[in-house]
Design a protein around this ligand. Structure first.
Ligand SMILES: Nc1ncnc2c1ncn2[C@@H]1O[C@H](COP(=O)(O)OP(=O)(O)OP(=O)(O)O)[C@@H](O)[C@H]1O
Ligand SMILES: [Mg+2]
Length: 466
């Protein structure tokens, strides 16, 4: 059996067509789950390296080896009548320390790989976030999709593949149980452009990671379909007459646009697509910087401001690590204590959850209060419409520029604009899309399940798109 999988930045879902009907896979009581995994075991953290007595002993051995090598090289140089290599004891020590650290990292990675591969103890979705916050340890990985397109060293890449594998295995097993038959194939959604630090190469790496993970998770046949094309499939089924439509999917991590010929009983034809690698998670970071971080000293204390960005960027593990490494002992109170509280395990995740909740609340109400007791008893942040407007402005500008490019690229205006994705729930976003296509009917699809429904249709067809 083949299913459609929407591996979203924020939420994931799966579905299949069973006896001609769309059937969504249920995760507990829900039709989607937050794309998060919690491993109680530790994934290697290079910053956790400290010299234990055992590692001191290994360092001694490495140092002796380095000195021996140095003597041998000196003897060989002397035999050739050349000057002996001169390296200080300090340099030898650093070289030995590097070797020990490398061995330690490799060992940590082996242990982490073994524990991840065991597929035990992992929690998914909201349970993952809760498990992490309750245990105060282990590792929470939220929105791994945001990392697929980034430059990853081989060890980190391995960990990311394992995480994706876990999520896909979870989906495959849940679907197999629900449908009562082994699920072996999938059409997986992909953004037009993944969030990436390497341009188009990032998207290629992301697809490779998903392919590898899907194979290990037990899928024998996998193909990919651009997310807006999937959303279009669903819309397509509802159109009696053939038309040129524009699909706009504004999600957690990316904004995807497709121009398609749809409806009229013929197969849909996706003519062109555009991607903006920005979405709802960027709004959370902006709102956090605007409404929460000033309570932690942003704009009042003299520490480099990028440290607040690092603290707010929960989906960027290197940035989070940078923030945790800082020493705030000498920062003036009350900010020093608050920053130290934010460095505690789980605190940045909690703060980001509150930023997301505030963002959602502010899309329909004028004021929202977030309690920050975990930072300091009684501390609270109030955010209002002006904060929301400021937090969303950059994104609205980017969205407008992307849609202007789309308009310029099209020979004629689309017959309708189909809007989907969780971030499209915000009235400001909807208004901006409307303003970019004046006079053209705006059709709102299911913001959460449009893409997965289209993927299920694609998965049910004999020749799945490549
Ligand atoms: N009412 C709302 N106002 C603004 N944003 C909202 C609202 N409700 C949900 N969101 C945001 O929608 C985003 C999730 O949307 P969606 O489920 O479409 O993303 P995704 O498919 O996981 O991500 P992507 O497609 O980018 O990989 C989150 O950032 C969430 O905070
Ligand atoms: Mg999506």
């Amino acid at each position: 059996m083949h299913i459609g999988i929407d591996f979203g930045t924020s939420y994931s879902a799966a579905a299949a067509i069973v006896d001609g009907e769309l059937s969504l896979v249920r995760f507990g009581a829900a039709e989607q789950f937050r794309t998060a995994v919690f491993f109680p075991e530790l994934v290697p953290d290079p910053d956790a390296f400290t010299l234990t007595p055992e590692l001191e002993a290994r360092l001694d051995v490495e140092l002796r080896l380095a000195r021996t090598r140095q003597r041998e090289m000196a003897a060989a140089a002397a035999a050739r009548g050349q000057a002996p290599p001169s390296r200080s004891e300090g340099e030898l020590h650093r070289e030995a320390l590097r070797a020990v650290r490398r061995q330690w990292m490799e060992q940590q990675a082996r242990e982490a790989t073994a524990s991840v591969a065991s597929f035990q103890h992992a929690l998914f979705g909201e349970e993952a976030v809760e498990g992490y916050l309750e245990s105060g340890g282990g590792n929470l990985i939220e929105s791994p999709k945001s990392m697929f397109g980034y430059r990853l060293d081989p060890q980190v890449r391995k960990v990311i593949v394992h995480i994706a594998t876990h999520i896909l295995e979870h989906i495959r097993l849940t679907a197999s149980r629900q449908f009562g038959t082994p699920v072996r194939g999938a059409v997986i959604g992909r953004p037009v452009e993944f969030r990436s630090s390497m341009g188009a190469q990032g998207s290629a790496q992301a697809i490779e990671i998903l392919r590898e993970a899907a194979a290990v998770a037990g899928f024998d046949q996998v193909s990919f379909l651009e997310e807006p094309a999937a959303a279009a499939m669903h819309y397509h089924k509802s159109l009696d007459a053939r038309q040129h439509a524009l699909i706009v999917d504004i999600g957690g991590g990316t904004t995807d646009v497709a121009h398609a010929e749809l409806g009229g009983g013929r197969a849909p034809h996706i003519a062109r697509s555009w991607g903006l690698p920005k979405g709802g998670t960027d709004l959370d970071v902006n709102l956090s910087l605007r409404s929460f971080m000033p309570l932690l000293g942003k704009d009042s204390i003299r520490i480099p401001q990028h440290q607040f960005v690092e603290a707010a960027s929960v989906h960027n593990l290197p940035k989070q690590r940078e923030f945790r490494k800082q020493n705030y002992r000498l920062v003036a109170e009350p900010y020093g204590a608050r920053l130290r509280a934010l460095q505690e395990p789980g605190a940045t995740t909690r703060l980001n959850q509150l930023a997301e909740r505030s963002k959602i609340a502010l899309s329909t109400s004028a004021l929202h209060r977030a309690e920050l007791d975990f930072i300091e008893p009684g501390l609270a942040a109030e955010a209002g419409s002006a904060d929301f407007d400021a937090a969303i402005e950059t994104f609205l500008g980017q969205l407008e520029r992307t849609l202007a490019t789309v308009r310029n690229d099209l020979a004629e205006a689309p017959a309708s604009v189909f809007l989907t994705g969780g971030t499209s729930r915000s009235p400001q976003i909807k208004a901006r899309v409307e303003a970019c296509f004046p006079g053209i009917p705006l059709v709102q699809g299911d913001p959460s399940l449009g893409v997965v429904s289209g993927l299920a249709v694609a998965a049910s067809e004999p020749a799945v798109p490549a």
